[in-house]
Design a protein around this ligand. Structure first.
Ligand code: NOJ
Ligand code: CA
Length: 710
């Protein structure tokens, strides 16, 4: 007996010395449990359960600085505290009219155990749809300026999940998506992606975020970051023996990651989780982890639809370049300069006639002869129009037609040059009645050696957002770092490209038919995308009979993208003549809203299909979009989201029965029916197809005359 008691005492003492101290925090609905492990040697790990399912196994939290030279991976826990938070806020624009921000916060106040005395807080916020955490470095005696050499945050998913991924890269996110197991990731094939000029491969096991995974038992896990400011973007390197994703920051020109000064903090690391795919798309966690809007009076910020002198350059009808040369092309044939006064007037007339707010004009300013692929610093000045672009005449003409010209600032990634010109360029815009700009960063970044996704550039994009806000200008950035929800803080930053847009269909192998079913689960988790939907002419041999490229969708899928690819800034990308060939289908683009009171994700599966309905801001109309990958699919959706007291006129734009994206992509059927909230609509999507539906309250006459849906 005495022996047994002694043995028990020994076991207790032993386990006390060698077991972790644990702390837990639960989501408000208790579905997610976050657990912190404080190991006897001082290491801190975190893990998480979703409905008792261990989906993040104990994962390390550590950092290494080069100045001061310190590895922060063992800590004393000075204090931990909890806080409940619950508020509802209204975005300036968005997918829904109001957003609930409800979480349990757990803060660990830590002190480096190895003698530096550095204080670090790790703050966790557990929401019903996932959790976020960040490192904070408070003002303190032992740390002022410091240089981050490595962030060693881990995400141990612990199993060989199905994954939608693009290669980790320091400069580009314009890769086609891969769908493989984690163990099958091989990012080295990205080196072959010749259509991306500025890219930087660094590890064959590296992937980018937002990373979408699905476990064998149907759990959807999405890893990304929120509020990326003054810090580089995070790539993830997969350890295939443990299925741990290791943070790998984008370095600067001399190999450092971030230069910080206390008080400082990292962006939030985010993990969104659900056993239902639509809930991933509906998550507002990333927005909630961003700071509220810095713009006190946002009344000048307007979601908008626009057309542009743009697609005609991508398909080789005209040129950005005044001399008619074609970008990156071996072709010696010259084409006309697109941004000439007469042509821009044609677009302004089209916009005025069909109700588009803006006309984007690319190639309006000098410099395009010599912008691409060089290390040249002074390419564009952003204020000197080409001789055939009469800016005063066009300013007056656009104004007389109630249309805004959208300015274009291609920086050719010479960012030092752009920073010198920004104020002058924005004043020039205001003097010419323009208050929206599309920026672009094609090429290798100057300052030389910096990357698109490094700290210096991250700060540049935020400077642009701030400065454009100062001038009351809205901005759409192409080739920036992937978005992380900063549109909450800077609502004038309407959209970004930061992924493989529709334009790749014009001059590359294009975007596979499942591409648009993946983007909302990946890139769009961070914010709206300027995808440039609305292409009606699917085969692109309009101006060159030998051109083999085509859009990898049907025509009506292009319509559905206005609903499934959320953005407050939507282009109708095709040429006026291609729209005028299909005025009935154009009607959907004219009608569809760009700002919403509500969104219902009716059904979705990454890589397969997405069906969403959205209610137009301040109106009773709804718009539904359904898209499929390369497979034909059928669905039946009850319109239960409609107001039960109303009848609606449904205008259904669907693939013709014999349509498919490759052989018969432009065949469509438009039907009108009276429906209500009990109607069950059959959706029949062609391979690579889609259906778009507008649902507008019907008056008594319409109800009498129109067909009822059966
Ligand atoms: C790449 C952008 O994504 C595209 O939209 C633009 O037309 C070209 N750069 C030229 O700036
Ligand atoms: Ca691009």
């Amino acid at each position: 007996m005495i022996k047994r008691v002694l043995a028990l005492i020994f076991v207790l003492a032993f386990s006390k010395a060698y077991a972790d101290d644990t702390l837990s925090a639960y989501s408000p609905n208790h579905v997610i449990q976050l657990t912190i492990y404080h190991q006897p040697d001082g290491q801190i790990k975190y893990g998480a359960y979703y409905k008792q399912n261990f989906f993040i196994k104990p994962s390390g939290l550590a950092m290494r600085f080069s100045t001061p030279d310190v590895l922060l991976n063992k800590f004393d826990l000075i204090k931990n505290s909890e806080r409940d938070f619950d508020e509802t806020w209204k975005p300036v624009w968005g997918e829904v009219g109001s957003i609930r921000n409800n979480y349990k916060e757990l803060t660990l106040q830590l002190k480096d155990k190895t003698g530096s005395g550095i204080l670090v807080n790790i703050v966790f916020r557990v929401f019903n749809d996932g959790f976020g955490f960040r490192y904070e470095f408070p003002t303190q005696e032992k740390l002022n300026h410091f240089v981050v050499a490595e962030e060693m945050t881990q995400f141990c998913v612990g199993a060989d999940h199905n994954t939608f991924w693009i290669p980790g890269d320091f400069d580009s996110n314009e890769f086609p998506y891969n769908h493989t197991r984690l163990s099958e990731v091989d990012a080295s094939n990205s080196k072959m992606t010749s259509e991306i000029f500025a890219k930087f491969f660094f590890d064959k096991n590296a992937v980018q975020t937002p990373l979408m995974m699905k476990s064998a038992d149907g759990l959807y896990i999405n890893i990304h970051e929120a509020a990326l400011v003054n810090y580089p973007a995070m790539d993830l390197v997969i350890d295939k023996s443990t299925f741990t994703l290791n943070c790998h920051l984008v370095p600067d020109a001399v190999g450092n990651m971030a230069y910080l000064q206390t008080p400082a903090h990292t962006p939030w690391r985010t993990i969104i989780v659900s056993d239902k795919a639509p809930e991933i798309l509906a998550s507002k966690m990333i927005l909630n982890l961003n700071e509220p809007s810095k713009i006190a009076d946002p009344s000048w910020i307007k979601p908008q639809k626009f057309v542009g002198v743009w697609w005609e350059m991508h398909i080789g009808k005209s040129s950005w370049d005044y001399s008619g040369g074609q970008v990156g092309s071996q072709q010696t044939t010259k084409v006309p300069h697109g941004a000439n006064t007469a042509n821009v007037k044609k677009y302004i007339d089209f916009a005025a006639k069909y109700g588009f707010d803006g006309v984007l004009v690319e190639g309006w300013n000098t410099g395009w002869e010599d912008w691409f692929g060089q290390w040249k610093e002074d390419v564009f000045d952003f204020v000197t129009p080409y001789p055939d672009y009469n800016i005063d005449e066009l300013t007056a003409y656009a104004k007389s037609k109630g249309v805004k010209i959208i300015c274009h600032h291609e920086t050719s990634a010479s960012v030092t040059n752009y920073e010198r010109w920004m104020d002058t360029a924005y004043r020039f815009m205001l003097n010419h009645n323009m208050n929206s700009v599309k920026t672009g960063y094609v090429g290798h970044i100057i300052p030389r050696g910096e990357h698109h996704d490094g700290q210096w550039m991250v700060n540049h994009y935020v400077r642009v957002a701030n400065k454009t806000a100062h001038y009351k200008i809205m901005v759409d950035m192409h080739e920036p770092v992937r978005p992380t929800g900063l549109q909450r803080t800077y609502p004038n930053w309407l959209a970004c490209e930061a992924a493989r847009g529709n334009e790749f269909n014009a001059w590359s192998v294009g975007n596979a038919p499942d591409h648009e079913t993946i983007l909302p689960f990946t890139r769009l988790m961070g914010g709206p995308m300027d995808y440039t939907p609305g292409l009606f002419r699917i085969k692109l041999n309009q101006f060159d009979l030998n051109k083999k490229e085509q859009i990898h969708t049907t025509l009506t899928k292009q319509l559905a993208l206005y609903v499934t690819m959320y953005s407050p800034l939507q282009m109708a990308a095709d040429l006026p003549e291609n729209y005028e060939a299909h005025p009935d289908a154009l009607q959907f683009i004219r009608d569809v809203a760009v700002d919403w009171d509500d969104t219902k994700i009716l059904d979705a599966e990454p890589g397969d299909y997405i069906i969403e309905a959205r209610k137009a801001k301040g109106k009773d109309s709804w718009f539904l979009g359904a898209i499929s990958d390369e497979n034909a699919r059928s669905f039946a959706e009850t319109l239960s989201f409609l107001d039960p007291d109303k009848k609606y006129m449904a205008t259904i734009y669907r693939d013709a029965d014999n349509a498919d994206w490759r052989n018969n992509p432009e065949a469509y059927t438009i039907e009108k029916f009276i429906v209500d909230n009990k109607s069950k609509l059959r959706l029949k999507l062609a391979p690579g197809g889609g259906t778009a539906i507008s649902l507008v309250p019907a008056n008594a006459d319409q109800v009498k005359q129109a067909k009822k849906y059966k």
